[in-house]
Design a protein around this ligand. Structure first.
Ligand code: GLU
Length: 499
């Protein structure tokens, strides 16, 4: 038996997600329990959506939680590079192997043709998928098209009949009809691989023995199994973990629950409590204890104790657990020093001084003015938003649009925040003063306070987002229907970067 090796393979396309930490935790525990290794690879083949900011935030968030890895980005190892964007040659060599074997083929179909095929299939109530058109081209025809510079992708050959059987560690044997499996694009016309191809090649070359990942990937396994077979490689063991859910059982989403690890860090949760809480997602200690350390979890770990019922990520339960850590695990000195460490993250206290100092007459005024920077959600009610020029609906719109704008910022700086919000006010045809009023209340809780731009910049995106959302809720919230119409209106406004 080769040494156990597991991995986490995040795509750096957004905030560091609690789901990534959850999967990383189980992979790490599994590897440790087997005396194996845990690897981190960055899957950044989607060049449009991947950013180095997101990559850094994911690495920082996992490090904050103490979920360190033995091999991979930032650590090194014998199987690098560990960023897929730096492995293009490897994928090109491997696609050649499949082309030569006839297990993959170039496809020249235009987007328009694929659309037409899809529509016809849907009208005929068939599973939409590639119809195999370019499979029938002979070698000479393919060469002619390639030489004449026609753009093409590479697809994998997939049987159109029969069943794919594979074993999932938690589910036992799984059967999927090949007819349900699309002839997946393996390489895009720009010569870069898709997730499925790069993922399989890397898992093999990096010696991954156990693929433990979210349930959303289970339907992709047939494609992966087939690729292993085409290459003549052993398949790893597959294990699909149940997805985290909102308390209403829907898939965990940031509309209903904060999903960014940064939010939990900035709200003042302890990393050890967050990790402990993630360990309770679908898993339990043999003795049923609810409070346990990462070391306890690793030594008592058994993946077969994962239960498939969707684990609920419930912030109230996390609050309860975090409270226990704060009360039971920290001495007075530790509490004080960890609190100060949190309060002064990124020199926050230093940044607050120039905002507070010009507005106070005595030290006892400081806490009142500075409290908003060290608070979680601010205490507000709908009455606070009353304004002679703005209805509640308009305030909701301003808050929602501001939120979308701020979420799109690549750099979280006072200048960028100010520019984007002033631009939005202009596009909404509102006076700056009126526009800023609900944002002010939502962020600071009061209209007499330090500049809202400074508040936003010091609070950071995650707390700002939570407060703006809270303000929207206080004002009555946004239904799905309203959200759709707001989205349309928002799109129509355009934005600076797109202009
Ligand atoms: N890049 C994929 C993701 O972020 C990895 C999925 C997998 O583990 O295979 O979800």
């Amino acid at each position: 038996m080769p040494t156990v090796k597991t991995r986490i393979a995040p795509s750096p396309t957004g905030d560091p997600h609690v789901g990534t930490a959850y999967i990383a935790l189980f992979n790490r525990c599994f590897a440790q329990q087997h005396g194996g290794k845990f690897l981190l690879r960055i899957e950044d083949t989607d060049q449009q959506r991947s950013t180095s900011k997101s990559e850094q935030e994911i690495l920082d968030a996992l490090a904050w939680l103490g979920l360190s890895w033995d091999e991979g980005v930032g650590v090194g190892g014998d199987h690098g590079p560990y960023r897929q964007s730096e492995r293009a040659d490897i994928y090109r060599d491997h696609i050649e192997i499949l082309l030569e074997k006839g297990s993959a083929f170039p496809c020249f179909c235009s987007a328009q043709r694929l659309d037409e095929v899809r529509h016809a299939q849907m009208a005929a109530k068939q599973t939409p998928g590639y119809d195999g058109h370019c499979l029938s081209l002979d070698h000479a025809e393919r060469q002619r098209k390639i030489q004449s510079g026609e753009p093409y992708v590479i697809r994998m050959v997939v049987p159109d009949q029969g069943e794919c059987h594979f074993t999932d560690l938690l589910r036992g044997e799984v059967t999927i009809q090949w007819a349900q499996v699309d002839m997946q694009v393996l390489m895009k016309s720009d010569g870069l691989p898709t997730y499925h191809f790069a993922n399989v090649v890397d898992d093999h070359l990096m010696g991954i023995t156990h693929v433990i990942r979210g349930e959303e990937w289970i339907n992709s396994v047939p494609k992966h199994v087939l690729l292993y077979e085409y290459f003549g490689w052993d398949t790893p063991v597959f294990c699909h973990m149940p997805l985290l859910r909102n308390p209403d059982k829907s898939k965990l989403s940031k509309r209903k629950n904060p999903t960014s690890i940064n939010y939990y860090r900035d709200m003042g949760y302890l990393p050890e409590a967050v990790v402990n809480y993630l360990g309770l997602m679908g898993w339990s200690m043999p003795g049923g204890e609810e409070k346990f350390s990462l070391t306890d979890m690793s030594s008592a770990f058994d993946i077969l104790r994962v239960s498939l019922g969707g684990p609920i990520f419930d912030v109230e339960k996390l609050d309860w657990l975090n409270g226990r850590y704060l009360r039971e695990e920290l001495s007075d000195e530790e509490f004080a020093s960890r609190y100060l460490q949190w309060a002064n993250k990124g020199n926050r206290l230093g940044r607050i001084v120039p905002l507070v100092q010009p507005r106070v007459e005595k030290f006892s005024d400081v806490i009142g003015l500075g409290a908003q920077f060290l608070d979680g959600l601010v205490a507000i009610d709908a009455a606070r938003f009353e304004h002679k020029n703005l209805s509640a609906e308009q305030s909701i719109k301003i808050l929602q649009f501001s939120l979308w704008r701020l979420e799109g910022l690549q750099v979280w700086s006072r200048e960028q925040i100010e520019e984007t919000l002033l631009d939005l006010a202009e596009r909404m045809d509102l006076k700056i003063r009126d526009f800023l009023f609900p944002v002010f209340i939502g962020i600071s809780g009061s209209a007499v306070s330090t500049s809202v731009m400074d508040s936003l910049s010091i609070l950071g995106l995650d707390l700002s987002r939570a407060r703006l959302r809270h303000a929207i809720t206080v004002l009555g919230g946004v239904s799905k229907k309203l959200s759709k119409s707001l989205e349309k209106e928002y799109q129509a406004l355009g934005n600076r970067t797109a202009d």
